[in-house]
Design a protein around this ligand. Structure first.
Ligand code: ATP
Ligand code: MG
Ligand code: MG
Length: 368
């Protein structure tokens, strides 16, 4: 069997390895943390930073194919892997999706609608941008942000003018605040052979800008579901994606869909596929990269996925023995728990969306 290398050993790397091992692959993870979630599922783990060229060289030597579970890999490492290893996703996809401005420009070029935005480097850009976009608006660092980190919402020019955290080597994007009706996401898979498949859109509910739960099927009309899947397909084709691309969207009252951001990997909002689809997003990622036919994305059952954050762990531990059998708990094997840290998730499977909602009330109202 072949050996797959994963840059990153978080929960995504863990679940890729768990699914891939069922398919007969070996896994080597690379991550600075020794006992990370991915390392527990992998056959071998290399403790190294994502800027460690020597470690990347060893990973390349010992594997047949390399993928990544997050975007912040040092560009030197990406370039060296592109030339010395088999990185089917390519470096370009990574360079685009880890930089919000490049990502928005690529989307616009593909004819995919995004929220109105301005590039911001300094104070005057922010003030000018705020005047043309209007308030409220949200400033985001171009790189490095996740779970709402590196974002500031301004309600007025006074608030924007008081912002003094500009970092000289950082670029920012200022976005119009979108009063969306719902947030949805679609995960598309595109194989190295060019085959494309999309998963059913998820309705995503955030709390404090962290994904809290995803509900599938998303309670929106069929034409919108179809349009969302087509948009994701278009993104996958135009960015020449290999593997998965998660497409986060805002659905407006009038039915318009705007793309918020992309992730070129398995995505939190696709965890529902693990229990509720014929092929999980993790298996699909591997299939797409290994040139296998893509698996069916058919939804087997209505489902809700709920994230378990650090502050929820104690309660879930205590109550999970009483959960009904339709609820499945997934732990990521993280030894250290912090508020806001993703420690696991649960999926609630019902025979109808109504049943999912009923079951969810039983387990979820307690999750803060
Ligand atoms: P992720 O953890 O998904 O990578 P992130 O930190 O990269 O998140 P975004 O997805 O850009 O950040 O924003 C986080 C959340 O903040 C969004 O899911 C949405 O709820 C809200 N948000 C972001 N930008 C806007 C906007 N322009 N208008 C309205 N809400 C927004
Ligand atoms: Mg993001
Ligand atoms: Mg997001």
């Amino acid at each position: 069997g072949s050996t797959i290398g994963i840059l990153g050993g978080g929960q995504l790397g863990r679940m890729i390895a768990l699914e891939g091992k069922k398919m007969g692959y070996r896994f080597i993870t690379l991550d600075p943390a020794k006992d990370c979630p991915g390392s527990q599922a992998a056959d071998r783990h290399i403790v190294a930073g994502f800027d460690d060229l020597e470690a990347a060289r060893i990973l390349a030597e010992e594997t047949d194919l390399i993928t990544y579970e997050f975007e912040n890999v040092d560009d030197k490492v990406v370039r060296s892997l592109e030339s010395s290893a088999f990185l089917p996703q390519g470096g370009e996809l990574l360079r685009i999706t880890r930089h919000r401005i490049r990502e928005k420009q690529a989307l616009e070029k593909a004819g995919v609608p995004v929220a109105p935005y301005r590039v911001v480097k300094e104070r005057t850009d922010l003030i000018d941008g705020g005047r043309s976009l209007g308030y409220p608006c949200v400033l985001k660092t171009a790189t490095g942000g996740y779970d709402g980190k590196g974002q500031w919402v301004f309600q007025s020019e006074e608030e924007a003018a008081a912002f003094d955290q500009f970092h000289p080597h950082q670029e920012y994007v200022l976005e119009q605040w979108i009063p969306f009706e719902k947030e949805i996401s679609v995960i598309a898979a595109r194989s190295t052979l060019g085959e494309v498949k999309t998963y059913p859109p998820a309705w995503n509910i955030h709390r404090r800008q962290i994904l809290h739960q995803s509900i599938v099927p998303a309670p929106v009309d069929d034409p919108t579901l179809k349009q969302a899947e087509q948009l994701a397909e278009k993104v996958a084709e135009s960015l020449d994606v290999a593997g998965l691309i998660a497409v986060e969207m805002f659905l407006l009252k009038d039915g318009t869909l705007l793309v918020n951001e992309l992730a070129p990997r398995p995505h939190n909002s696709g965890h529902y596929t693990y229990d509720a689809c014929l092929t999980s997003q993790f298996e699909q990622h591997i299939r797409a990269l290994c040139g296998l036919p893509l698996g069916s994305t058919r939804l087997l059952s209505p489902v809700a996925m709920v994230n378990i954050l650090g502050e929820d762990v104690e309660r879930v531990m205590k109550e999970m023995v009483h959960y009904p059998p339709e609820v499945k708990v997934h732990w990521y094997g993280k030894s250290e728990s912090r508020p806001g840290r993703k420690m696991g998730h649960l999926t609630v499977l019902g025979s109808s969306p109504e049943e999912v909602m009923d079951l969810l009330k039983g387990v979820n109202t307690e999750l803060k």
